[in-house]
Write a protein that binds this ligand. Structure first.
Ligand code: UFG
Length: 343
């Protein structure tokens, strides 16, 4: 298929583009490099040859996007481009409304103009907010009630997709979408072709690895008094390659009229302490860890009920061992201790 990947120079977008190229698809990526890395595009170019086209384009350039969709004969969009830092979204909500919501409006308008029939949207488990203990594991019918602007922005995009699907149905125009609600995406391409480089970094596993590399004097556990077995927060860490696989699978089944919503996780959680222990085992470094205050907005426990995606798409995480996930990220961090080299 001919696929447009938005945010193709970013962490998840580059892994998905890599997977699509390896599967023989034609891929166009757009990125404005506000968070992505040109070096990721250069790597994809080397691997994809003339099946790969990187384009410098902002989500808000609706007309250019629409022309691109038409000229490149795009059959499906994978829309990754977004800001995804919960804390930043609380401090700078308009940044999130502008980039994530208005940016998605622009993509959908371009799609409408160009009559592109399918889109796979990167949603998030943060749309569920802080579910009650009896609603864990979280399934797709768990009420969506986000507790921060990031989660709210993703939920708003899901609603826009549903509204557009309804309008298209009434107009008898083909349109299909899937919203994949990611849990905590982690790990890197196991062959270290692309990887994870957030600046600044806020995610647990990369922070542990930076501590192991000596780039941080210590790392902090944000809260040790949660109502969990070891007092630290529990999350569902899904490997980025498995996540890319979920995108490819759902892309392959989207039929006109489809509205598909799936949780993408491994179906079990690991605590912060368990992740730290894993990072120490994998790296062989006993890096310093301090116990710190809770980070505002962190729900105690989030993990997915993944039975729907397994039942409907036959997708199941192939990597469920936290050490394996951490190992793949460690390979990347050892190879590129300072992230993607600047081009
Ligand atoms: N944590 C620490 N110390 C750190 C960093 C994180 O203790 O230095 C803890 C957090 O408090 C949390 C857990 O590790 O309990 C995971 O934190 P991350 O920042 O790695 O991930 P989040 O769960 O906060 O958020 C991530 C993505 C979001 C996405 C969300 C879905 O950043 O984009 O997963 O759960 F929406």
């Amino acid at each position: 298929m001919r696929v447009l990947v938005t945010g193709g120079a970013g962490y998840i977008g580059s892994h998905a583009a890599l997977r699509l190229l390896l599967d023989g698809h034609d891929v166009v990526t757009i990125d404005n490099l506000s968070r992505g890395h040109a070096q990721a595009e250069a790597t994809l170019e080397t691997l994809g040859g003339d099946r790969y086209t990187p384009i410098r384009c902002d989500l808000h350039e609706t007309e250019r996007l629409s022309e691109l969709l038409t000229s490149e004969q795009i059959e499906v969009i994978m829309h990754f481009a977004a800001f995804a830092e919960v804390g930043e979204s609380v401090d700078h909500p308009l940044r999130y409304h502008h980039n994530n919501i208005a940016g998605t409006v622009s993509v959908l308008r371009a799609m409408h103009e160009a009559r592109t029939p399918r889109i796979v949207f990167s949603s998030s488990c943060s749309t569920y907010g802080e579910p009650a203990a009896d609603q864990i594991p979280i399934n797709e019918d768990t009420p969506q009630s986000p507790i921060n602007p990031y989660g709210a922005s993703k939920l708003q995009c899901e609603r826009m997709l549903a509204d557009l699907a309804e309008a298209k149905r009434r107009a008898n125009e083909p349109f299909a979408y899937a919203a994949l609600r990611y849990f905590n995406v982690a790990g890197c391409d196991r062959q270290t072709r692309v990887g994870e480089d957030h600046r600044p970094e806020s995610h647990l596993i990369p922070i542990c690895l930076q501590a192991a590399l000596g780039q941080r004097p210590k790392m902090s556990i944000f809260g040790t008094d949660y109502p969990t077995p070891d007092g630290t927060c529990i999350r569902d860490y899904v490997h980025v390659e498995d996540l890319a696989d979920a995108h490819v699978r759902v892309m392959g089944v989207l039929e006109p009229g489809d509205e598909r919503r799936y949780n993408v996780g491994i179906g079990k959680g690991f605590s912060v302490r368990e992740c730290i222990e894993s990072a120490k085992r994998v790296t062989g470094v006993d890096f310093p860890v301090e116990e710190a205050e809770r980070r505002p907005g962190d729900p105690p426990e989030l993990y997915a009920d993944v039975s729907k995606i397994e039942r409907e798409l036959g997708w199941k995480a192939s990597i469920t061992d936290i050490d394996e996930t951490v190992e793949s990220a460690w390979k990347w961090f050892k190879t590129y201790p300072h992230g993607w080299p600047e081009s």
